[in-house]
Design a binder for this molecule. Structure first.
Ligand code: FPP
Length: 250
Protein backbone atom coordinates (compact mmCIF):
# COMPACT_ATOMS: atom_id res chain seq x y z
CA UNK A 1 0.00 0.00 0.00
CA UNK A 2 1.40 3.38 -1.00
CA UNK A 3 0.71 5.80 1.79
CA UNK A 4 2.10 9.19 0.79
CA UNK A 5 4.97 10.68 2.73
CA UNK A 6 4.64 14.14 4.28
CA UNK A 7 6.71 15.57 1.39
CA UNK A 8 4.46 14.01 -1.22
CA UNK A 9 1.41 15.36 0.59
CA UNK A 10 3.04 18.81 0.69
CA UNK A 11 3.55 18.57 -3.06
CA UNK A 12 -0.25 18.45 -3.36
CA UNK A 13 -0.40 21.72 -1.42
CA UNK A 14 -1.63 19.89 1.71
CA UNK A 15 -0.35 19.47 5.25
CA UNK A 16 -0.61 15.98 6.69
CA UNK A 17 -1.60 16.95 10.25
CA UNK A 18 -4.31 19.30 8.99
CA UNK A 19 -6.04 16.77 6.74
CA UNK A 20 -9.60 15.89 7.71
CA UNK A 21 -9.85 12.60 9.60
CA UNK A 22 -13.33 11.90 8.34
CA UNK A 23 -14.68 12.97 4.93
CA UNK A 24 -18.34 12.39 4.03
CA UNK A 25 -19.48 12.64 0.41
CA UNK A 26 -22.92 13.06 -1.13
CA UNK A 27 -22.27 11.80 -4.65
CA UNK A 28 -24.86 13.92 -6.44
CA UNK A 29 -25.39 14.59 -10.14
CA UNK A 30 -25.13 11.22 -11.87
CA UNK A 31 -28.49 11.78 -13.58
CA UNK A 32 -27.68 15.30 -14.77
CA UNK A 33 -24.24 14.18 -15.96
CA UNK A 34 -25.92 11.50 -18.08
CA UNK A 35 -28.63 13.86 -19.38
CA UNK A 36 -26.01 16.39 -20.48
CA UNK A 37 -24.34 13.64 -22.48
CA UNK A 38 -27.64 12.23 -23.80
CA UNK A 39 -26.97 8.97 -21.98
CA UNK A 40 -29.28 6.90 -19.80
CA UNK A 41 -29.46 7.48 -16.03
CA UNK A 42 -27.99 3.98 -15.65
CA UNK A 43 -24.94 5.11 -17.61
CA UNK A 44 -24.69 8.05 -15.21
CA UNK A 45 -24.70 5.78 -12.17
CA UNK A 46 -22.13 3.51 -13.79
CA UNK A 47 -19.89 6.51 -14.42
CA UNK A 48 -20.46 7.43 -10.77
CA UNK A 49 -19.26 4.03 -9.63
CA UNK A 50 -16.16 4.40 -11.83
CA UNK A 51 -15.20 7.48 -9.82
CA UNK A 52 -15.18 5.58 -6.55
CA UNK A 53 -11.84 3.89 -7.14
CA UNK A 54 -9.84 7.12 -7.42
CA UNK A 55 -11.46 8.85 -4.46
CA UNK A 56 -11.11 5.80 -2.21
CA UNK A 57 -7.51 5.23 -3.26
CA UNK A 58 -6.56 8.86 -2.69
CA UNK A 59 -8.26 8.95 0.73
CA UNK A 60 -6.44 5.79 1.69
CA UNK A 61 -3.05 6.98 0.41
CA UNK A 62 -3.42 10.33 2.18
CA UNK A 63 -3.99 8.50 5.46
CA UNK A 64 -7.55 9.75 5.98
CA UNK A 65 -9.19 7.64 8.73
CA UNK A 66 -12.76 7.44 7.45
CA UNK A 67 -14.55 8.07 4.17
CA UNK A 68 -18.33 7.87 4.21
CA UNK A 69 -20.14 7.68 0.87
CA UNK A 70 -23.90 8.20 0.51
CA UNK A 71 -24.78 5.51 -2.02
CA UNK A 72 -28.47 4.82 -1.35
CA UNK A 73 -30.78 6.72 0.99
CA UNK A 74 -33.99 5.54 2.61
CA UNK A 75 -35.74 7.93 0.19
CA UNK A 76 -34.12 6.42 -2.93
CA UNK A 77 -36.70 3.60 -2.90
CA UNK A 78 -39.09 6.21 -4.36
CA UNK A 79 -37.17 6.17 -7.66
CA UNK A 80 -38.55 4.13 -10.57
CA UNK A 81 -38.03 0.42 -9.98
CA UNK A 82 -35.70 0.01 -12.97
CA UNK A 83 -33.39 2.69 -11.55
CA UNK A 84 -33.43 1.02 -8.12
CA UNK A 85 -32.67 -2.26 -9.90
CA UNK A 86 -29.72 -0.66 -11.71
CA UNK A 87 -28.30 0.67 -8.45
CA UNK A 88 -28.63 -2.76 -6.81
CA UNK A 89 -26.95 -4.45 -9.79
CA UNK A 90 -24.13 -1.90 -9.63
CA UNK A 91 -23.68 -2.56 -5.93
CA UNK A 92 -23.33 -6.29 -6.52
CA UNK A 93 -20.93 -5.71 -9.41
CA UNK A 94 -18.90 -3.20 -7.43
CA UNK A 95 -18.38 -5.36 -4.37
CA UNK A 96 -17.64 -8.41 -6.50
CA UNK A 97 -15.09 -6.70 -8.74
CA UNK A 98 -13.39 -4.34 -6.29
CA UNK A 99 -13.15 -6.42 -3.15
CA UNK A 100 -9.67 -7.83 -3.87
CA UNK A 101 -8.16 -4.42 -4.47
CA UNK A 102 -9.91 -2.90 -1.44
CA UNK A 103 -8.68 -5.78 0.68
CA UNK A 104 -5.09 -5.47 -0.51
CA UNK A 105 -5.18 -1.72 0.14
CA UNK A 106 -6.03 -2.50 3.79
CA UNK A 107 -9.46 -0.82 3.46
CA UNK A 108 -12.09 -1.84 5.98
CA UNK A 109 -15.60 -1.82 4.54
CA UNK A 110 -18.52 -1.01 6.78
CA UNK A 111 -22.06 -0.59 5.64
CA UNK A 112 -24.06 2.04 7.47
CA UNK A 113 -27.83 1.82 7.20
CA UNK A 114 -30.56 -0.80 7.28
CA UNK A 115 -28.97 -2.98 4.61
CA UNK A 116 -30.72 -6.05 6.01
CA UNK A 117 -33.79 -4.83 4.09
CA UNK A 118 -32.05 -5.46 0.76
CA UNK A 119 -32.61 -8.61 -1.30
CA UNK A 120 -30.46 -11.60 -0.25
CA UNK A 121 -28.29 -11.31 -3.39
CA UNK A 122 -27.24 -7.79 -2.40
CA UNK A 123 -27.02 -8.57 1.31
CA UNK A 124 -24.76 -11.57 0.75
CA UNK A 125 -22.20 -9.69 -1.29
CA UNK A 126 -22.18 -6.81 1.21
CA UNK A 127 -21.79 -9.10 4.19
CA UNK A 128 -18.97 -10.98 2.49
CA UNK A 129 -17.15 -7.69 1.81
CA UNK A 130 -17.49 -6.57 5.42
CA UNK A 131 -16.36 -9.94 6.79
CA UNK A 132 -13.41 -10.18 4.40
CA UNK A 133 -12.06 -6.76 5.39
CA UNK A 134 -12.94 -6.67 9.08
CA UNK A 135 -9.33 -7.15 10.25
CA UNK A 136 -8.04 -4.39 7.97
CA UNK A 137 -6.57 -1.39 9.72
CA UNK A 138 -6.41 1.27 6.99
CA UNK A 139 -9.16 3.52 5.66
CA UNK A 140 -12.63 2.91 7.10
CA UNK A 141 -14.84 2.97 4.04
CA UNK A 142 -18.40 3.51 5.22
CA UNK A 143 -20.94 3.00 2.49
CA UNK A 144 -24.35 4.37 3.39
CA UNK A 145 -27.01 2.03 2.07
CA UNK A 146 -30.67 2.38 2.92
CA UNK A 147 -29.38 5.07 5.24
CA UNK A 148 -31.24 7.95 6.80
CA UNK A 149 -29.86 9.96 9.68
CA UNK A 150 -33.14 10.45 11.52
CA UNK A 151 -33.70 6.69 11.48
CA UNK A 152 -30.14 6.17 12.74
CA UNK A 153 -30.67 8.59 15.64
CA UNK A 154 -34.01 7.01 16.54
CA UNK A 155 -32.48 3.53 16.41
CA UNK A 156 -29.61 4.65 18.65
CA UNK A 157 -32.02 6.35 21.08
CA UNK A 158 -34.11 3.19 21.36
CA UNK A 159 -31.06 0.99 21.92
CA UNK A 160 -29.69 3.44 24.51
CA UNK A 161 -33.07 3.53 26.24
CA UNK A 162 -33.03 -0.26 26.53
CA UNK A 163 -29.54 -0.12 28.03
CA UNK A 164 -30.58 2.56 30.51
CA UNK A 165 -33.63 0.56 31.59
CA UNK A 166 -31.59 -2.66 31.89
CA UNK A 167 -29.06 -0.86 34.07
CA UNK A 168 -31.79 0.74 36.22
CA UNK A 169 -30.66 4.25 35.32
CA UNK A 170 -32.76 7.22 34.20
CA UNK A 171 -30.55 9.19 31.80
CA UNK A 172 -29.00 8.61 28.36
CA UNK A 173 -25.50 10.07 28.21
CA UNK A 174 -24.04 11.38 24.95
CA UNK A 175 -21.33 8.71 24.74
CA UNK A 176 -23.93 6.00 25.22
CA UNK A 177 -26.09 7.39 22.41
CA UNK A 178 -23.05 7.77 20.13
CA UNK A 179 -21.98 4.19 20.82
CA UNK A 180 -25.12 3.02 18.99
CA UNK A 181 -24.48 5.02 15.83
CA UNK A 182 -23.28 3.09 12.80
CA UNK A 183 -20.14 5.24 12.84
CA UNK A 184 -19.35 4.50 16.49
CA UNK A 185 -15.64 4.52 17.27
CA UNK A 186 -14.78 6.64 14.23
CA UNK A 187 -13.86 10.35 14.29
CA UNK A 188 -16.62 12.93 13.87
CA UNK A 189 -17.05 14.15 10.31
CA UNK A 190 -14.65 17.02 9.52
CA UNK A 191 -15.63 17.68 5.93
CA UNK A 192 -18.82 17.15 3.94
CA UNK A 193 -18.63 17.37 0.15
CA UNK A 194 -21.80 17.42 -1.96
CA UNK A 195 -21.13 17.54 -5.66
CA UNK A 196 -23.28 19.05 -8.43
CA UNK A 197 -23.71 22.44 -6.77
CA UNK A 198 -26.74 21.37 -4.69
CA UNK A 199 -26.55 22.72 -1.15
CA UNK A 200 -28.55 20.31 1.01
CA UNK A 201 -27.77 17.67 3.61
CA UNK A 202 -30.60 15.28 2.74
CA UNK A 203 -30.75 13.42 6.05
CA UNK A 204 -27.04 12.51 6.01
CA UNK A 205 -25.11 12.06 9.30
CA UNK A 206 -26.99 14.90 11.02
CA UNK A 207 -25.43 14.28 14.44
CA UNK A 208 -21.93 13.46 13.20
CA UNK A 209 -21.58 16.65 11.10
CA UNK A 210 -22.19 19.04 14.00
CA UNK A 211 -18.81 20.78 13.54
CA UNK A 212 -18.04 19.82 9.95
CA UNK A 213 -16.97 22.14 7.16
CA UNK A 214 -19.11 22.04 4.00
CA UNK A 215 -18.08 22.20 0.39
CA UNK A 216 -20.43 22.21 -2.59
CA UNK A 217 -18.32 21.85 -5.74
CA UNK A 218 -20.13 22.42 -9.03
CA UNK A 219 -18.95 19.24 -10.79
CA UNK A 220 -21.40 16.40 -11.22
CA UNK A 221 -20.16 13.34 -9.30
CA UNK A 222 -18.79 11.46 -12.37
CA UNK A 223 -16.70 14.57 -13.16
CA UNK A 224 -15.35 14.91 -9.62
CA UNK A 225 -11.77 13.97 -10.43
CA UNK A 226 -8.91 13.19 -8.06
CA UNK A 227 -7.66 16.73 -8.73
CA UNK A 228 -11.08 18.16 -7.76
CA UNK A 229 -10.91 16.16 -4.53
CA UNK A 230 -7.41 17.46 -3.77
CA UNK A 231 -8.62 20.96 -4.48
CA UNK A 232 -11.53 20.48 -2.02
CA UNK A 233 -9.05 19.29 0.61
CA UNK A 234 -6.95 22.42 0.02
CA UNK A 235 -10.02 24.62 0.55
CA UNK A 236 -10.81 22.67 3.73
CA UNK A 237 -7.31 23.34 5.02
CA UNK A 238 -7.68 27.04 4.34
CA UNK A 239 -10.73 27.24 6.60
CA UNK A 240 -10.31 28.10 10.24
CA UNK A 241 -12.15 25.74 12.54
CA UNK A 242 -13.04 27.10 15.97
CA UNK A 243 -15.55 24.55 17.31
CA UNK A 244 -17.50 27.40 18.95
CA UNK A 245 -14.38 28.85 20.60
CA UNK A 246 -12.10 31.69 19.56
CA UNK A 247 -9.37 31.66 16.94
CA UNK A 248 -6.01 30.58 18.36
CA UNK A 249 -3.84 33.68 19.07
CA UNK A 250 -6.98 35.88 18.91
C1 FPP B 1 -27.14 10.91 -7.00
O1 FPP B 1 -27.26 11.20 -8.37
C2 FPP B 1 -26.59 9.60 -6.84
C3 FPP B 1 -27.26 8.53 -6.30
C4 FPP B 1 -28.64 8.55 -5.80
C5 FPP B 1 -26.59 7.24 -6.19
C6 FPP B 1 -25.12 7.30 -5.91
C7 FPP B 1 -24.64 5.98 -6.23
C8 FPP B 1 -23.50 5.68 -6.88
C9 FPP B 1 -22.45 6.62 -7.26
C10 FPP B 1 -23.26 4.28 -7.25
C11 FPP B 1 -23.55 3.19 -6.24
C12 FPP B 1 -22.54 3.05 -5.19
C13 FPP B 1 -21.75 1.99 -4.96
C14 FPP B 1 -20.98 1.91 -3.70
C15 FPP B 1 -21.57 0.88 -5.91
P1 FPP B 1 -28.69 11.51 -8.93
O2 FPP B 1 -29.20 10.31 -9.63
O3 FPP B 1 -29.58 12.01 -7.83
O4 FPP B 1 -28.35 12.64 -9.93
P2 FPP B 1 -29.30 13.83 -10.39
O5 FPP B 1 -29.62 14.64 -9.15
O6 FPP B 1 -28.44 14.57 -11.34
O7 FPP B 1 -30.50 13.19 -11.01
Amino acid sequence: MATYSEEEIRAFGLVKEALPKHVAVIMDGNGRWAKAKKLSRSAGHRAGVDRLRGIIRLSSDLGITSLTLYAFSTENWKRPSDEVGTLMALLIEYFTKEIDELFSNNVRIRIIGAYEEFAPTVRNVIERAMKRTEQNTGLNLNIALNYGSRAEILRAANLAMKQVVAEGKDEILAEMLESYFYTSGQPEVDLVIRTSGEQRISNFLLYQISYAEFLFPEEYWPDFTDEAYLSALRVYQSRSRRFGGLEENA
